[in-house]
Design a protein around this ligand. Structure first.
Ligand code: ATP
Ligand code: MG
Length: 397
């Protein structure tokens, strides 16, 4: 594994003060999978106050000092360093009762969720792998460390984390882990909606979203019970529309899922309940609102575009997912030909504006009304988007 100079500096700094330190978790996993690494987490036997001492000449942020984590900013890179922790008892299926530190790296690995997330690395020792994580990576398996019953019982969020990693990496969940996860699905009710949203959205982004939605339907229905209305065939069909080309597009995939319900009000309700950001809600509402509008002719297409705030790529991605028969090349060509000097579908592109109408004597609300009426004429090709034609049409008789 190659590590950047700044990560090596942090490891060596801890070592120079007599402490152990390793890169752990996502970075090691991603490196072995030859994926891009976005951040490095370190684990160490230095206690929080000892870390503060070791990094006193660095820029430190005491992110979660009580959980044993500090963030050291080095060469503009924030790196989280956490003291070895061990598993303690959990309350409310989510939070450990207390944080307990340990001096044993193995114990720190043992409290982690999956074997592939418990790999450690140090340039002098190479990879340390206490729970056969490398084999599971090779076999493409998500497996709990220890007894899945206990691990999911302790922290119900792990149920969704397992599915999120399975989707993202296109791995399968080891059968016993999967069986227990399904049996314990209702403990997800103890998890905050924000955390559910985060993991569910991550799952939707993944390349294995279609398979995961199908295999773990019952888990998804814990927080989207409305999906129970879909019979097996309709549900399966919906999963089939979450195809690979929309990997990364959680919003488009969520729109595809909600469209299957054919109930815009319920869809809005679900998005609100899952606490999606307004921008996501607007995009999805927009897609669902225009989903059944025809857009085969230029006029129809312009009409759809005129009351859509979402960008056209998102619109196309959604329609392509729902109707595999559509030729995207044709649609893109049609779209390109819509954008020309003669016609438009937005007020901002109209070749006349409010102040020009005022000069003609329009006042107050009449200005907006006339602009919209002119735009409607342009959309329907009754007049062209030319200033003189528009002025002519606007001229009070
Ligand atoms: P990502 O690339 O998605 O950030 P990651 O592996 O870094 O992947 P994080 O959610 O950032 O995942 O968590 C960092 C590490 O902390 C994990 O690799 C895992 O070892 C441990 N971890 C995180 N959440 C849990 C949890 N709920 N239970 C046990 N261990 C966890
Ligand atoms: Mg991470």
């Amino acid at each position: 594994m190659e590590i950047p100079v700044y990560v090596n500096t942090l490891l060596r700094q801890l070592n120079a003060h007599g402490y152990e330190a390793y890169v752990v978790g996502g970075a090691v996993r991603s490196s072995l999978l030859h994926e891009e690494i976005h951040d490095y987490d370190l684990t160490t036997n230095a206690l929080p106050e000892e870390m503060v001492q070791v990094f006193k000449d660095f820029h430190c942020i005491p992110t979660g000092l009580e959980h044993g984590t500090i963030t050291v900013v080095i060469d503009h890179h924030p790196v989280e360093i956490t003291t070895y922790r061990k598993d303690s008892t959990y309350k409310d299926h989510r939070h450990p009762d207390k944080v307990e530190f340990t001096s044993a790296l193995k114990e720190d690995c043992e409290r982690r969720d999956f074997t592939i997330n418990a790999l450690c690395y140090h340039p002098d020792t190479g990879i340390l792998d206490f729970f056969h994580g490398e084999k599971d990576l090779h076999d493409k398996v998500i497996r709990c460390i220890g007894e899945p019953e206990r691990r999911f019982e302790e922290d119900a969020l792990r149920i969704l984390r397992a599915i999120r990693f399975a989707s993202r990496l296109s791995f399968r969940i080891e059968p016993h882990t999967a069986e227990v996860l399904l049996a314990k699905k209702d403990t997800l009710n103890y998890v905050s909606i924000e955390r559910i949203n985060e993991e569910f959205t991550g799952m939707l982004r993944g390349k294995g979203a279609s398979v995961c939605m199908e295999d773990y339907r019952e888990v998804i229905e814990v927080f989207i019970p409305e999906l129970k209305q879909l019979d097996e065939e309709a549900y399966k069909e919906m999963c089939g529309r979450l195809e690979e080309e929309n990997t990364g597009r959680a919003d488009v995939r969520l729109a595809v899922i909600l469209y299957a319900l054919h109930d815009k009000e319920a869809a809005h309700h679900i998005l609100k309940r899952l606490k999606y950001a307004n921008i996501v809600i607007h995009t999805i509402t927009d897609l669902l609102r225009t989903a059944d509008d025809p857009y085969d002719s230029d006029i129809a297409f312009r009409l759809v575009l005129s009351h859509m705030k979402t960008d056209v790529d998102t619109f196309f991605a959604f329609h392509k997912a729902n109707d595999k028969g559509i030729s995207m090349a044709e649609k893109r060509q049609q779209y390109a030909s819509l954008t020309n000097d003669d016609y438009c579908w937005n007020l901002k592109d109209l070749a006349i504006n409010g102040s020009e109408l005022m000069k003609l004597g329009y006042k107050g609300t009449a200005i907006g009304q006339k602009l919209n009426a002119l735009l409607d004429d342009v959309i329907h090709e009754r007049i062209r988007n030319k200033k003189d034609e528009l002025l002519n049409a606007a001229h009070p008789d």
